[in-house]
Design a protein. Structure first.
Ligand SMILES: Cc1cc2nc3c(=O)[nH]c(=O)nc-3n(C[C@H](O)[C@H](O)[C@H](O)COP(=O)(O)O)c2cc1C
Length: 188
């Protein structure tokens, strides 16, 4: 059976991270479920020129963030993993405090209570103490925080290569190891 992953894009800068993750999951044969928040749609349009409809072509199922009766609103909905990429500080706060006001926060709440893999890719700078405490809270509750902070040691030449250094970390925590992914093998 295909693995099922729920990908959520929220209104933090870095929509391209979500776009590239969706493309990879598609080629890896995952069953992809997608939620884009209202502000996720705005930043997607502003930063990449893409609409959420265009993004939907990478997903098998798409839900409105307001549809709290959709499958991912229940812990009984079978999912292997959930990724919020990029994750805004507002969505992070909702998840950290169990304040499930939309389908993204509710699905994350379910992932935590069902002890499923939940990966958050936050983007904000600088961080205030509330952001840092919220990252600690979700980590204590079982989520994996992978900050949207690209690495430079693989000497990226394009924005896509920079972005992929973050996306590859996410894929690796989903159990997908790409041959093309940069791997540090020690200094020669
Ligand atoms: C162009 C743009 C860039 C933004 N960048 C960030 C960001 O990097 N991090 C963040 O936490 N919020 C950012 N925001 C603010 C969020 O979009 C805002 O807090 C929103 O309420 C998040 O809602 P959501 O989590 O439901 O998508 C940005 C907003 C805009 C319009």
């Amino acid at each position: 059976m295909k693995k099922r992953v729920l990908v959520c894009l929220t209104g933090a800068s870095g929509a391209i991270y979500g776009v590239r993750l969706l493309r990879e999951l598609n080629t890896e044969g995952y069953e992809v479920h997608l939620i884009v928040s209202k502000w996720g749609e705005e930043t997607l349009k502003y930063e990449t020129g893409m609409t959420s409809e265009e993004l939907s072509k990478y997903a098998d199922f798409t839900y409105s963030e307001n549809d709290l009766a959709a499958g991912p609103a229940s812990g009984s909905f079978p999912l292997d993993a959930m990724v919020v990429i990029p994750c805004s500080m507002k969505t992070l706060a909702g998840i950290a405090h169990g304040y499930a006001e939309n389908l993204i926060a509710r699905a994350a709440d379910c992932s935590l209570k069902e002890r499923r893999r939940l990966i958050l890719v936050p983007r904000e700078s600088p961080l205030n103490l509330i952001h840092i405490r919220n990252m600690a809270a979700v980590t204590e509750a079982g989520a994996i925080v992978i900050p949207a902070s690209p690495a430079f040691w693989a000497k990226p030449k394009t924005i896509e290569e920079l972005v992929d250094s973050v996306v590859e970390r996410v894929l690796s925590h989903l159990g997908i190891s790409k041959d093309s992914a940069a791997k540090w093998t020690g200094e020669s």
